[in-house]
Design a protein around this ligand. Structure first.
Ligand SMILES: Cc1cc2nc3c(=O)[nH]c(=O)nc-3n(C[C@H](O)[C@H](O)[C@H](O)COP(=O)(O)OP(=O)(O)OC[C@H]3O[C@@H](n4cnc5c(N)ncnc54)[C@H](O)[C@@H]3O)c2cc1C
Length: 374
């Protein structure tokens, strides 16, 4: 008899397994249909001994001290500030667009104040920002929108930015200084020995049993448990009764080259050329020293593993219908797939930690004699 059956051993399921086992002494069965823990953040060594991310490049960054301190119980860190270049007009220039991007692209030597005027002169007046296209046109105008965003977004989502929620391109800011970091969060670091090692340490507890290669449908009637925590796709849980929630998927092409370095920085985006969106060279992310180097190319596609919930109003409406059904179960729905949200790793950890606090409050209500009355 388990106290909790947790479906999915990614960040959402693993954080909850760890907290419930080590703080509340609960007995946990953690299952995953894949043959490994870590969910999409899983990393492993390839045949050449280079650490790669099986489901595409994962870079940790957060502004949350609580999340960073929590994960620090299970790993040491290596400082890493991710940098991305975009291949545009035959040049490789920083993205997010910054002062250097504009100066390189237009052969100028503008100051921060001047570049602000340069962008303001091109920005379009948009009173109601609704779509991803509106966000960019309002910030930098049509020419830069077409060079950096239109093609990339079309490849990534197979949708025109005008058909996507503003939230997608709002993730990529514009800067008038020379800051060429992709993220500006307070904490930017990679687990020193990789994500999988961090998950192994998190789940190393006698109360946590792990069952891999197992879809929850296979065992749901075979085992006894008091409560379920579900981190898989919410529409799958309800047998797609309202139809499938749309996801964008990716195909990864891995390549190892017999040379120490391939490109100038961790990731290079290709907004306008090729079928892939970007190339990432893992050694930048992991800091590994090796005579060879491994890369991953990302090819967006419609079918395949569900990676990105597609942020459009009609999909949010469909999700709401499933969310209503979750209230009629006594399961907890946590994580990217179960809440149909475009969350980063730190946001999923934060969501799992707050679900843990909610469970604690529900299962250990303050007894009347301990309540403080004012
Ligand atoms: C290409 C890509 C790049 C990303 N890059 C970054 C990044 O740089 N930085 C960042 O912060 N975030 C990044 N993310 C987001 C990050 O992957 C997620 O926020 C995080 O992994 C979500 O954790 P999760 O536990 O919610 O889901 P997942 O990691 O998806 O875990 C869910 C688990 O549930 C299992 N499961 C599903 N259905 C079943 C079933 N029926 N039975 C049993 N098990 C089941 C799955 O196998 C999976 O292992 C990226 C995502 C992608 C796709």
């Amino acid at each position: 008899m388990f106290d909790y059956l947790i479906v999915g051993a990614g960040f959402a399921g693993s954080v909850l397994a760890e907290r419930l086992a080590s703080i509340e002494g609960k007995k946990i069965l953690l299952i995953d249909k894949r043959n490994h823990i870590g969910g999409n953040a899983y990393d492993c060594y390839n045949n050449e001994g280079i650490l790669i991310h099986k489901y595409g490049p994962h870079i940790f960054h957060t502004n949350s001290k609580e999340v960073f301190q929590y994960l620090s119980k299970f790993t040491e860190w290596r400082n890493y500030q991710h940098k991305v270049l975009a291949c545009v007009d035959g040049l490789q220039v920083p993205i997010p667009i910054n002062l250097n991007t504009i100066n390189s692209l237009y052969g100028l030597n503008l100051s921060s104040a001047e570049v602000e005027g340069f962008l303001a002169a091109r920005a379009e007046e948009i009173t109601q920002v609704k779509t991803s296209e509106d966000v960019v046109l309002k910030a930098v105008g049509r020419e830069l929108y077409e060079k950096f965003f239109k093609g990339y977004t079309k490849k990534q989502w197979d949708l025109d930015p005008a058909e996507l929620d503003a939230s997608v391109t709002a993730r990529v800011p514009t800067r008038i200084n020379k800051d060429d970091r992709y993220f500006t969060d307070t904490y930017q670091a990679m687990p020193l020995h990789g994500f999988t090692k961090m998950f192994e340490k998190m789940l190393d507890h006698p109360n946590i049993k792990i069952l891999l290669n197992t879809d929850y449908h296979e065992i749901i009637n075979e085992i006894q448990y008091a409560k379920m925590i579900f981190t898989g796709p919410v529409d799958e849980y309800f047998d797609y009764c309202y139809g499938k929630l749309p996801y964008r998927s990716l195909q990864f092409k891995f390549e190892t080259l017999d040379q120490e370095q391939f490109q100038q920085t961790g990731t290079i985006n290709y907004p306008n050329d090729y079928a892939f969106t970007r190339i990432t060279e893992f050694k930048y992310l992991t800091g590994q020293k090796h005579t060879k180097t491994s890369l991953v190319y990302e090819f967006p596609k419609a079918e395949g593993d569900p990676y990105y919930p597609i942020p459009r109003p009609e999909n949010a409406e469909l999700y709401k219908k499933y969310q209503e059904l979750t209230h009629q179960t006594n399961a907890y729905f946590v994580g990217r797939l179960a809440t149909y949200k475009y969350y980063n790793m730190d946001q999923v950890v934060a969501q799992a930690l707050s679900t843990f606090k909610k469970i604690q409050a529900e299962t250990n209500p303050i007894s009347d004699e301990n309540k403080i009355t004012v």
